[in-house]
Design a binder for this molecule. Sequence first.
Ligand code: KG4
Ligand code: ZN
Length: 353
Amino acid sequence: MTTILGIETSCDETAAAIVINGRIIASNVIASQIDLHAQYGGVYPEVASRAHVEAIGYIVEQALGDAGISLAKVDAVAVTRGPGLVGSLLVGINYAKGLALGADKPLLGINHLEGHVYSLWLSETEREIEFPVLVLIVSGGHTELLIMTGHGQYQRLGGTLDDAAGEAFDKVGRLLGLPFPGGPNIERVAMQGNDSAFEFPRARLDSSYDFSFSGLKTAVLREATVAPSMAQRGERVGDKVPVLRSDLTIADVAASFQKALVDALVEKIVRAAKEYKVTEILLAGGVSANQALRREMKAASELPVRYPPLSLCTDNGAMIAAAAYWRLNAGLHSNLDMDVKPMWALTSDAYAE
Ligand code: KG4
Ligand code: ZN
């Protein structure tokens, strides 16, 4: 039995978890900073670092306490090394080093994106995932399409050329006057809207597996700021009054935007799945919580589509411990002098120093 403590502080959640054999969650504690950042409409890096410093000690203690074990019983300490905000990453990495050194445990610096990928193994207990699989990581910072041919083996097919999918949700949410983060709020509002009310542009980028969402965001901006119909009706969403050009409602714009973004993702996934003859499609990252994405993906493909349970889509420590399990199993760990990697890409040789 291998018990790993996973620590995650790459963005705006201070999180720690205890995971057994890369699959069983013994505890999973998350301190979200959403309320702190909502007033700025996005993550404020310095505020995030300071909040991590304040939270990390008790979050780790609570993770151990909830699992009913002491640090001495843990087999390894895993921590997100990158990509992410440098100041936030440093808090987690330094804390993890202290624990590993003090308790004489192996230390593993884990790629955050690999953590999102392994959130799928945490939730998967019935049927083994068989390689090769196609993986879409869609979060606030990343949109990456990968083929995974084995544990730790990644071939990158493409990614976003500008905004990440979650970032597009967050920016459009702000345009529409919705609270931060935009993703879940757009999804909620979109449920009341007509997703074919407005035909937003889909960036083609034909044969590539890259994505572009900035044109879509600009198109929403054009729809949402020109004429006063919404304000005249006195409708308020969030703390701003968005002004829509046409007679569309905020819900229609949200639903049509969400549909355009989901379509762009699904189209490339379907094409890549055929070209690379994968056995399954895996969705991970914060945006994989989106029900429209899950539904459209399942409708568009004959292959099984997997995604994490809602609680594991956004950042957490369990996914970091899960990813670390397979690395530790392969006899790998990090040195105590490892540094953060704020721009770390996920490739098969990502872990080569
Ligand atoms: O994976 P995550 O917690 O953090 C990063 O690694 O970036 O993802 C956060 C992102 C945010 O942009 C948020 O708006 C988006 O995931 N998100 C969603 C949903 N829930 C979270 N986007 C669309 N629909 C959702 N239900
Ligand atoms: Zn993430």
